[in-house]
Design a protein around this ligand. Structure first.
Ligand code: HEC
Length: 140
């Protein structure tokens, strides 16, 4: 009886470890969530609420992280210390989309950063889809 239980436990532990490893591997190569099918997506109506909730804590004010401000359309389009993070009309190649979808090779670029002090969680696939639609529709 005791042996059976421990075999069972080992099996579960192994399966869990293997499952987690698979999930981690999948995250690295995960495709981008599809763009939302919503039309007329704009910064003011659809994107500002997302950025306000999940990004402006670090990307606004006097010392915005990476010198990127996301508190207005104009500032978002300006980009960061490294240049543009949005390529209007091409969400799949926009750095900001890769960062929130966790498809950059550098995990430090995954946004919001993991385990941030403000406890701001990752965006949902729906939110990422809206950002993609906004950029694909011209980032207006
Ligand atoms: C808790 C603070 C914090 C939050 C919240 C946060 N960021 Fe960042 N962001 C950073 C830091 C720090 C960096 C610089 C990372 C680095 O250089 O490795 C950064 C860098 C970036 C960059 C890369 C700029 C570049 O050119 O390298 C983008 C794009 C970005 N953030 C977008 C976002 C978006 C979009 C959100 C909201 C969904 C967000 N961030 C939320 C702290 C934050």
């Amino acid at each position: 009886m005791k042996i059976k239980t421990s075999i069972k436990f080992t099996t579960i532990a192994l399966a869990t470890t293997f499952g987690l490893a698979l999930a981690a591997a999948a995250a690295d190569t995960a495709p981008l969530p599809p763009a939302s099918t919503k039309t007329g997506v704009t910064y003011a109506t659809d994107i500002k609420p997302i950025f306000d909730q999940s990004c402006v804590k670090c990307h606004s004010g006097d010392k915005p992280k990476a010198k990127l401000k996301l508190d207005s359309l104009e500032n978002a389009l300006k980009g960061s210390k490294d240049g543009k993070v949005i390529t209007a009309g091409d969400s799949a190649n926009s750095l900001i989309v890769k960062c929130v979808a966790h498809t950059t090779a550098d995990h430090d670029s995954w946004m919001p950063p993991a385990h941030n002090k403000a406890n701001i969680g990752p965006l949902t696939p729906e939110q990422i889809g809206l950002i993609r639609a906004w950029i694909d529709q011209g980032a207006k």
